[in-house]
Ligand binder design. Sequence first.
Ligand code: E4P
Length: 274
Amino acid sequence: MKIFIDTAKLEEIKQAYSLGILDGVTTNPSLIKKTVDELKAKGEKVDMESYIKEILTLAKGTPVSLEVIGTSHQDMVKEGKRLYEKFNPVASNVYIKIPVNPALDDKSEAAFDGIKAVKELSDAGIPVNCTLIFTPEQALLAAKAGAKFVSPFAGRVDDFIRTNHNISFEKTDYFPAEGTKKEEKLLEDNGVVSGVDLIAQISEVFNVHDITETEVLAASIRSARQAREAALSGADIATLPFDVIRELLMHSKTIEGMNKFVGDVVEEYSELVK
Ligand code: E4P
């Protein structure tokens, strides 16, 4: 499974790439807002164009997803093309992130606009990451429209199931991949029992129907265990916040073992490795 970093913070991107294990970057308007707000709070001015160019350069040719902000087919296509033309020449690694359905309410005429935009940009040779996926059928339509990546939001599925059943939780609280019961009943969202289950169902649909041109990009991943379960469920890629990448390396027995090894070093051996 490839690992992307889910952030707009330059320092985090720089540090994660220095590990040599990173395969890409995802951003979204909320991550960019968080970064801009933090920089402004420190009194720093943000030149967004140079800032994005720096992210693209740091990513060393691996995919960087930049999201549109429009909510109509025309706006998303216009913005997608503008972002691609402006930024892809920097390092040839721009993917345009398009919401699968940009409607702001369930009666909106805009319901098809995401798929139309995915199709038009893909036909124009612009790689698309289709985002805000919450059902296997959304992923199927995005793949049929030509998306290179589909992004199921695992953590937000778990949030949704817990919220709908009045279960209180913190954002990083673990939610079982196999789902959870309340009063003997398995909780679900229209047949999806967890975020990891959503990833597994999309992977299964793609396998059964031999969809090979679209990769499953597990997004909204909140813990190392969820990243592991995403890998086991067939995700091609997981995009992880910096803290989750760090958490992938954590185990108390590893730390305990290190303390023992460091404490046991004899002088003869340390002379040898100098
Ligand atoms: C990535 O592309 C998504 O925008 C992101 O993973 C969402 O994560 P969140 O649900 O933790 O905000």
